[in-house]
Design a protein around this ligand. Structure first.
Ligand code: GRF
Length: 213
């Protein structure tokens, strides 16, 4: 036990956000103790193995229903000691019973400025709408898709963008920077709900040390 925050990362795809966490947060402010994928095909699994992180695959098709899959997944994450669950390109919905096992401890990275363009194909939705301002949101996960309280957001002007790939390429560094920042803030205990409006996440800034003298 390192005393650092133990985090689990849930993936389905290429795993560049997982890699950012492994490269900059793992072993420093937090420890990635588990990587779970919805599919054995995810490139993210190779990244986890390369860093000696225990990984497992929980395909929906191998369980009676989503509840059964989520119970097995939550049990495995709890066994690994995970206290924060990071969805990094995880393409499955999580049930209320899963979220109840990790209250206010599941976060997601989404490639739009929520509440605009929730759900699948956020970048395609934004391009189809014709927006000129794109962005990334890190938020707590509630049962409804992409609806939980916002933790961090950053916008990027791309007035001439036409292709999904160019937007994705431009948003990647924002995603990696914001997700790692959110995990660091969470690990530091710096995130709390505003009592006046629990949808609003207050970020506690550490007191300045030193001063004039
Ligand atoms: C990211 O664009 C993220 O915003 C979305 O899924 C993608 C995952 O990319 N939810 P990667 O697997 O981390 O490379």
């Amino acid at each position: 036990m390192s005393g650092r925050l133990a985090i689990a990362v849930l993936v389905s795809g290429t795993g560049t956000n997982l890699q950012a966490l492994l490269d900059t947060v793992h072993g420093r402010e937090a420890d990635v103790v588990a990587v779970a994928s919805s599919t054995a095909e995810a490139q993210a699994l190779a990244r986890a193995r390369a860093s000696d992180i225990p990984c497992a695959v929980f395909p929906r098709s191998q369980y009676a229903d989503r509840e059964a899959r989520d119970a097995a997944l939550a049990d495995w994450l709890a066994e690994r000691g995970a206290r924060l669950v990071v969805l990094a390109g995880y393409m499955e919905l999580l049930s209320a019973s899963f979220l109840a096992r990790f209250p206010r401890a599941v976060i997601n990275v989404h490639p739009s400025l929520l509440p605009a363009f929730p759900g699948l194909g956020a970048i395609e939705q934004a391009l189809a709408y014709g927006v000129k301002l794109f962005g990334v949101t890190i938020h707590f996960v509630y049962e409804c898709v992409d609806s939980g309280p916002v933790i961090l957001q950053r916008a990027l002007e791309l007035p001439h963008a036409r292709e999904r790939e160019e937007v994705l390429r431009a948003l990647r560094p924002l995603e990696h920077g914001l997700l790692t920042e959110a995990v660091r803030l969470y690990a530091r205990g710096a995130l709390r709900a505003d009592p006046a409006n629990p949808r609003r996440t207050i970020i506690d800034v550490p007191a300045q040390r030193g001063g004039d003298g």
